[in-house]
Write a protein that binds this ligand. Structure first.
Ligand SMILES: NC(=O)c1ccc[n+]([C@@H]2O[C@H](COP(=O)([O-])OP(=O)(O)OC[C@H]3O[C@@H](n4cnc5c(N)ncnc54)[C@H](O)[C@@H]3O)[C@@H](O)[C@H]2O)c1
Length: 251
């Protein structure tokens, strides 16, 4: 029970990595607030988890009003917050720089960068000293690839945000880290690989299997276990760091 009675907010909680982490956190005794903008998926996620210690809030992480609302709901229902897993994400498109759509760029920064900033801004006043913030960046936050402009910029920006937060929050013993999954066997990554495959005229999934040193995609549960490590006291002396969970891709 590594998170016994800990209050944990998971954004993007209805998605693949969010739900896998929710399942693991629940098994470790956590009380959960799942936040996602997709109401149907959110309803499905809470049905799947079947637990009284889970509440769901439909919210857009890029909105300050929505962020204040989900934080308020969490604090009123459960009290001080112990863990923030800032994980909601969108991908954008793969395109050459001359064609890169400005509106897509803005939309991707809004979710990853502004979303993570707003979550930290409104959660930390309600956070218990000694808490933990984990932000889902990506292998794309550690390396660049042609065409992935919006996503790679946003995922790198989250690292800067994390490093600043880690310094400011250290006096309260609140630790802040980013996690960097490589390609995961799920719908989000499949959509990325379809786009990349079309752009390069190759099989995107096979391409990744060949360039990942461990020779395969990761599983959502493997990412969840690393999030748990950063969320709980097992990582009590770890802050301001980047944890790659990518089969060696960024090495
Ligand atoms: N799947 C991968 O291979 C992979 C690899 C590296 C990093 N990531 C990152 O992991 C995180 C989770 O992705 P996933 O693989 O679970 O994909 P997913 O699409 O299954 O989950 C993402 C969730 O975020 C939600 N979301 C999107 N925009 C939102 C907004 N504005 N407000 C609230 N919720 C919003 C979506 O509704 C969705 O449920 C993302 O940040 C993604 O960039 C994924």
């Amino acid at each position: 029970m590594k998170l016994k009675d800990k209050v944990c907010i998971i954004t993007g909680g209805a998605g693949s990595l969010g739900l896998a982490t929710a399942r693991l956190f629940l098994n470790e005794g956590a009380r959960l607030v799942l936040v996602d903008k997709d109401e149907d998926q959110l309803a499905h996620a809470t049905e799947t988890l079947v637990a009284e210690t889970v509440i769901a809030v439909a919210a857009d992480v890029s909105s300050a009003d929505d962020t204040q609302r989900y934080v308020q709901v969490a604090a009123e229902r459960f009290g001080p917050i112990d863990v923030l897993f800032s994980n909601a994400g969108n991908f954008g498109v793969v395109a050459p720089i001359a064609d890169y759509p400005e509106d897509v760029f803005d939309a991707v920064q809004a979710v990853h960068v502004k979303g993570a900033l707003l979550a930290a801004k409104y959660v930390t006043p309600h956070m218990r000293d000694g808490g933990s913030i984990v932000i889902t960046s990506s292998v794309a936050g550690l390396r660049g690839d042609a065409g992935v402009y919006a996503y790679a910029a946003a995922k790198h920006a989250q690292v800067g945000l994390m490093r600043c937060l880690a310094k400011e929050l250290a006096p309260r013993a609140i630790r802040v880290n980013t996690i960097h999954p490589g390609p995961i066997d799920n719908g989000f990554q499949l959509a990325v690989e379809d786009g990349l495959g079309r752009q390069m005229g190759i099989d995107g999934t096979e391409f990744f299997n060949q360039i990942i040193p461990l020779g395969r995609h990761g599983r959502a549960e493997e990412v969840a276990r690393s999030v748990l490590y950063l969320a709980c006291d097992d990582s009590s002396f770890t802050t301001g760091t980047t944890l790659a969970v990518d089969g060696g891709l960024s090495g």
